[in-house]
Design a protein around this ligand. Structure first.
Ligand code: ATP
Length: 209
């Protein structure tokens, strides 16, 4: 059974149709790239998959074993609290607090897990790293990343590529929505959102670059 099956998804905001007739199947090991211009509905689609907002029509079918991790738009944090407090708080919601996982993940992205620095003092790239960490730290097997390269320095980009490869090797699935296709990531499928419709695009395999 696929991890995720979208069937004829539509989404309207008032009179505006953002998505129409979007169907997609995501299997273990898939790394999907979804491109599309500003306002094409990438974040909206990820929010529907994550269950943050409902679709206007169509169905979202998730394998019962799916646990979704998501970095969508600007991740919300407790601004006055530290990274450790924020990650612990998020993990505690699902009773999946695993310091043993979170600390090395923070180190991979050059964040100091023990730092007392408040999240409001974090830079764009540091917040993005924290957002990526919370999307994978509970062993989530369907990971949704909206513009995950935003603000990342070269070392963090390298860490992101390695992380996505590991997730794929672990039989998880990753959906990346971004205007720019960051080519070092080994996507298994490329899709484009345009005029509310999702269609497959053909790209040169990233291994050639
Ligand atoms: N809660 C909302 N209420 C009304 N309209 C919305 C809402 N959320 C999104 N939209 C509209 O839906 C359209 C798609 O927005 P969305 O954020 O999904 O696009 P996107 O492809 O992620 O864009 P970007 O690349 O700029 O982040 C936009 O026209 C946006 O204004």
């Amino acid at each position: 059974m696929p991890l995720l099956t979208l069937t004829h998804i539509a989404k309207n905001f008032g009179q505006q149709t953002v998505l129409s007739d979007v169907s997609l199947t995501v299997n273990a090991g898939d790394v999907l790239h979804i491109t599309g211009g500003n306002g094409s509905g990438k974040s909206t689609l990820l929010k529907i998959i994550a269950g943050i907002i409902p679709a206007s029509a169509g169905t979202v079918q998730l394998d019962p074993n799916v646990q979704i991790g998501a970095l969508i738009e600007n991740p919300g944090f407790l601004e006055g609290e530290s990274l450790k407090t924020n990650l612990s708080f998020l993990a505690a919601i699902n009773h999946h607090l695993k310091t043993a996982t979170m600390q090395p993940l923070a180190a991979r992205f050059a964040l100091d897990y023990q730092s007392h620095r408040a999240m409001r003092k974090y830079s764009v790239g540091m917040r993005e790293k924290a957002g990526i960490i919370q999307a994978v730290m509970e062993d989530q097997n369907l990971v949704l990343l909206d513009e995950p390269t935003r603000g990342l320095d070269d070392a963090a980009l390298t860490a992101l590529v390695a992380l996505i490869t590991e997730l794929q090797q672990q039989g998880k699935a990753v959906i990346i929505a971004a205007h720019d296709r960051y080519t070092p990531i080994r996507y298994t499928e490329d899709w484009q959102l345009e005029g509310g419709r999702l269609s497959r695009t053909v790209n040169v395999p990233s291994s050639i670059h």
